[in-house]
Design a protein around this ligand. Structure first.
Ligand SMILES: Cc1cc2nc3c(=O)[nH]c(=O)nc-3n(C[C@H](O)[C@H](O)[C@H](O)COP(=O)(O)OP(=O)(O)OC[C@H]3O[C@@H](n4cnc5c(N)ncnc54)[C@H](O)[C@@H]3O)c2cc1C
Ligand code: SF4
Length: 529
């Protein structure tokens, strides 16, 4: 008798890769289950500011059931989203196409005719996500333009492309529209009010999160989303190569004690738990899936990102208005800066902000302490959390210059009970000298205080919201974990379709590329016969 399964496909994670996969597989007639460890959110549930940690931060062990996660590692602090809709719930909506040079670099080089194939998938991704040019420029964007003009790069200023609904030209912000994108088949939307709160969850139904497009249609076509459910084990059923399907062990992610472990079976499995989540899961199940390539955990990239900024104490500016990332500039051929903001009152990240000083290692710490002694008021104002969102123009700096890390499971002396995901390899640069010079000069010229994060000064720890790679594409198992159709080498019916698959440093925000790659991956799967 042919085996029966709970689902034809189980998709682990409901972010960009997972939602596209679920939507397209459901359209092709498959029975799809989406397993998501985060909670489901509506605009009525989002916190007003980041001070509501219970609703903002995802740390179930501490009873914090939000959607935003900060994961510190030795080499980098990784920011990510955990929710139905994955990172789209907390991300800053920016949807940029990387330069075409990324297809001729990294592990995916030569595996497909990328430059010919990808434009069509980017176009579909943009249409599905409702990408439009930002129409609301706030103080932060105008200030970025003035700073760029002052330093001779004003001509590179651009308004970001974002997945936000702006309504009809000239219409009042907050106007309700029946589905503006999918000929009436999708959910309604309100036009953006420019509150700057995109990263705290849009309370105005203007942000085109995945639960309003891909995931919405996946569910409409029969996919079942199991929220607050974490996959903790994955093994082949019957044949060792997965050709008889897979068994997943899941548990309640929000429970402390009664985790209600159970098994789910699927003919095929799509891993879409984000670069960190997919790497972590695959490393943990390597004993059940021994043929997974040893490149697992290698080639992890951060977009060579750094977060600095300029704080303007007092009331002369309100940097919190606009959309989360409203504009950007290119300060040299490799370095790109975006103007980022949080909504008024969302000041928690001000707790880790401090006065910027250039340098490296102990010398930098000494210079930082010395600057505190020489300029105590400036030092204090840079670190004072209240008013941070209103007063601060945050610079998100990205470079196309490549640097990679490795992740592995290790038992640590301070937590010997289980093996933890740890970063390894040489450090990626925390300091981007061109961006630092730009920040210091901009602060001096426009009367602000240059800032950075305390973790960068004290621990040489850069922050990134753009962790990619770890299960990259390659020509074979010696060079990658998956092939150019996202199939895990050595297994049948096992796919990685998320940020983990990305094989080069994009130098721009990755979500549009992850979405376009997922669209492409789905073209290789035939409709259910
Ligand atoms: C604050 C912030 C701002 C950002 N801004 C931007 C931006 O403006 N533009 C941009 O392009 N990118 C941005 N990003 C990055 C973007 O969110 C990610 O690159 C993107 O979401 C990654 O997509 P993904 O498909 O790999 O996985 P994700 O979208 O991260 O989704 C993975 C999902 O899998 C779930 N999961 C993980 N492990 C398990 C498990 N074991 N069982 C069940 N579920 C699991 C997670 O809960 C998560 O919901 C931002 C990120 C952050 C944190
Ligand atoms: S700026 Fe405010 S209204 Fe507009 S998308 Fe962001 S959170 Fe929603």
């Amino acid at each position: 008798m042919a085996p029966t399964y709970d689902f034809d496909y189980v998709v682990v994670g409901s972010g960009f890769g997972g939602s596209v996969s679920a939507c397209r597989l459901a359209e092709k007639g498959y029975a799809v289950g989406v397993i998501e460890m985060g909670k489901r959110w509506t605009e009525a549930d989002f916190p007003k500011t980041t001070w509501n940690l219970r609703k903002w931060i995802w740390r179930p062990g501490l009873k914090l059931f939000g959607f935003y996660n900060m994961r510190p590692f030795r080499h980098v602090m990784i920011l990510c989203g955990n929710a139905v809709g994955g990172g789209s719930i907390t991300y800053a909506n920016t949807m940029l196409v990387p330069p075409t040079s990324v297809w001729t670099e990294g592990s995916w080089k030569g595996l497909a005719d990328w430059e010919r194939e990808m434009p069509a998938h980017y176009a579909t991704a943009r249409r599905m996500l409702g990408v439009a040019e930002n129409r609301i420029l706030g103080d932060a964007d105008h200030m970025l333009k003035r700073m760029a003009d002052d330093q001779g790069v004003g001509h590179t200023f651009y308004k970001t492309d974002v997945a936000v609904y702006f309504g009809a030209e000239g219409e009042a912000p907050g106007t309700l529209h029946p589905d503006p994108y999918f000929d009436g088949e999708g959910p309604p939307r309100k036009s953006c009010v420019g509150c700057g709160g995109c990263m705290v969850g849009c309370r105005f139904n203007a942000k085109n999160t995945l639960d309003k497009n891909y995931l919405y249609f996946a569910e409409k076509r029969g996919a079942k989303v199991l929220a607050e459910t974490r996959v903790v084990d994955l093994r082949p059923l019957g044949a060792e190569d997965g050709s008889d399907g897979y068994e997943l062990t899941v548990e309640r992610s929000t429970a402390w004690l009664f985790k209600q472990r159970r098994k789910i079976t699927a003919r095929q499995v799509v891993l879409a738990a984000s670069a960190l989540g997919t790497m972590d899961l695959l490393l943990r199940v390597k004993r059940s899936l021994p043929a997974v390539s040893d490149r697992l955990g290698h080639d992890v990239r951060t977009n060579s990102e750094s977060i600095v900024g300029v704080r303007f104490p007092g009331n002369q500016h309100d940097m919190s208005k606009g959309i989360a990332i409203g504009s950007g500039i290119h300060i040299d051929p490799f370095t790109h800066i975006e103007a980022v903001r949080y909504s008024r009152g969302s000041d928690v990240l001000g707790l880790i902000a401090t006065l910027f000083v250039a340098g490296k290692g102990w010398g930098r710490i000494a210079a930082w302490l010395w600057s505190g002694l020489r300029h105590p008021i400036k030092f204090f104002r840079a670190a004072w959390p209240f008013g941070f969102a209103r007063q601060t123009l945050i610079f998100l700096v990205m470079q196309t210059i490549d640097a990679t890390l490795k992740f592995q499971l290790r038992r640590r002396w301070w937590w010997p009970f289980t093996r933890l995901l740890c970063s390894a390899g040489s450090r990626i640069p925390t300091n981007i000298p061109a961006a630092n010079t730009f920040t210091e000069r901009a602060a001096a010229t426009f009367g602000g205080i240059p800032i950075t994060s305390t973790s960068e000064i004290l621990f040489d720890l850069p922050m990134t919201a753009h962790c990619i790679g770890g299960c990259v594409m390659g020509s074979d198992a010696e060079h990658g974990v998956i092939d150019a159709q996202h199939r895990v080498f050595g297994y049948t019916g096992l796919y990685v379709i998320d940020g983990a698959a990305v094989g080069a440093n994009l130098g721009v925000n990755p979500s549009l590329t992850i979405t376009a790659l997922a669209e492409r991956a789905m073209t290789f799967i035939p409709p259910k016969s």
